[in-house]
Design a protein around this ligand. Structure first.
Ligand code: ARG
Length: 459
């Protein structure tokens, strides 16, 4: 069968190797619902402006719905000579209703059709990502209450730095995923513009109404320049970047919790159902789900690079290279949604190892900076206090004790001004309680942030 896109200009059919090389139906089939929705809206507009009769529109609409049901049931045969989902559907329509079906492509090209379909598809997929991110935020937020009393070391350079409340960590992730959700919403605005009616590249001489199509497909507006629109894939790149940043956040979290599950840290126990064993070492309980999350993030970032390279040298406007945009984009969405669906139950079901955490909490001088600030509150210049506390820590280290276990005279040997009230800021629990600044780990700040998020997420 000859492809409907081969006009009378061709003397012969395509080589079957070319058809197999050029097909995209194997991956763009998943656009079929959006393609049918777009075609129905297009046909309705054609009827409004008089390019189709009302009866023709209704016949096209009803037939497209039947074809959709066939696709739902996986009953539409795949034929490489029809290249993509758009021509499969159009050909199925022509097979059913003949010349009326041949009118559907009036004032339309596959260039604007593909772009519109993928924009509609991305809108829906972004909404799913947003939902997944929200569920993950909720899982972290639920942990905040149950873990409120737990103190954890905060690290810089992966060295123990200062003590923080466990919910301060959970809120940190909620903030990251909140920015991701802002980016999703922002990028969705630029995705949400209708390309239909741009036709191939210059527009059309037929009297179409682009606003009508855009409105019935729930687009915010129509794109303004046909050349730009025919070539534009910015919205895909932005989407791929937005997903890459989600992947980066998930990967960082996975890395952190992988460390936390080690004997060396022993901070957290993952739900067994998301761990795997070793075929040779009977004692192993491995955090494979987190390792896969770290690993899969590479694919999402790689997909962004693929898309960047795909478009960077294209002259305007549509070029067939752009057919290669869909596999990386689909893969990024599939991967991110899978990552989110695994992250949520892991966050919800993991248990902090409270006893081992607190047993080693006084190691690493997490309260040293608090002691320094205690001295500054007494009037000592920061640089002097910094030096002095360094010397005190050095003393404590050589004795193998925590700061709070140094006797007063040992502290006073460094500075006569130190009095017994210093013990109110020593020890990790006191050190946490001493914070006051906005955004800090001060318990009432953390409490305030939890309430803020409970309100925002409506829990
Ligand atoms: N399968 C093609 C794609 O996904 C359809 C667009 C083809 N347009 C064209 N002028 N050949 O990009």
């Amino acid at each position: 069968m000859k492809s409907p896109s081969r006009s009378g200009v061709f003397q012969s059919g395509a080589d079957t190797r070319m058809e197999a090389y050029g097909e995209s139906i194997s991956f763009d089939r998943r656009l079929y619902r959006h393609d049918i929705r777009g075609s129905i809206a297009h046909a309705e507009m054609l009827a409004t402006v008089g390019l189709l009769s009302t009866d023709e529109y209704k016949l096209i609409r009803d037939s497209l719905k039947e074809i959709e049901a066939e696709l739902d049931a996986d009953e539409l045969p795949i034929r490489f000579e029809l290249e993509d989902i758009h021509m499969h559907i159009e050909q199925a329509l022509i097979d059913r209703i003949g010349d009326t079906g041949r009118k559907l492509h009036t004032a339309r090209s596959r260039n604007d059709q593909v772009s519109t379909d993928i924009r509609m598809w991305i809108r829906d997929a972004l909404d799913e990502v947003d939902h997944g991110l929200e569920l993950l935020q909720r899982a972290f937020l639920n942990r905040c209450e149950q873990d409120f009393e737990v103190i954890l070391p905060a690290y810089t350079h992966l060295q123990r730095a200062q003590p923080v409340l466990a919910p301060h960590y959970w809120l940190a992730y909620i903030e990251k995923f909140s920015r991701d959700r802002e980016r999703v919403a922002d990028c969705r605005r630029r995705v949400n513009r209708c390309s239909l009616g741009v036709a191939a590249v210059a527009g059309t001489t037929l009297p179409i109404d682009r606003d009508q199509t855009a409105q019935s497909l729930n687009f915010e507006s129509v794109t303004a320049n046909s050349l730009d629109t025919s070539s534009d894939r910015d919205f895909m790149l932005e989407t791929a970047f937005t997903l890459s940043l989600v992947a980066s956040h998930l990967s960082g979290w996975a890395e952190e919790w992988i460390l936390w599950t080690t004997v060396e840290f022993n901070f957290i126990k993952l739900p067994e159902a998301f761990c795997t064993g070793s075929s040779i070492m009977p004692q192993k309980v491995n955090p494979d789900a987190l390792e896969l999350t770290r690993g899969k993030s590479a694919r999402v970032m790689g997909n962004l690079q693929t898309l960047m390279l795909l478009v960077k040298n294209l002259p305007m406007a549509y070029n067939r290279d752009l057919q290669e945009d869909k596999p990386p984009l689909f893969d990024s969405f599939d991967t991110i949604l899978a990552m989110l669906s695994i992250a949520e139950p892991i966050v919800a079901g993991s248990k902090l190892q409270r006893e081992p955490i607190s047993r080693r909490l006084e190691e690493g001088y997490l309260d040293a900076t608090t002691l320094m600030e205690w001295m500054m509150k007494k009037g000592m210049p920061q640089r002097r206090a910094h030096h002095l506390v360094g010397a005190i820590v050095s003393d404590a280290m050589s004795q193998g004790v925590a700061l709070k276990d140094l006797p007063l005279d040992a502290l006073q040997s460094h500075d006569q001004e130190i009095d017994a009230s210093v013990y109110d800021c020593l020890g990790t629990e006191n050190a946490v309680a001493a914070f006051v600044s906005y955004g800090s780990t001060a318990p009432d700040q953390v409490r305030h942030q939890i309430e803020h998020w409970q309100e925002r997420l409506g829990t």
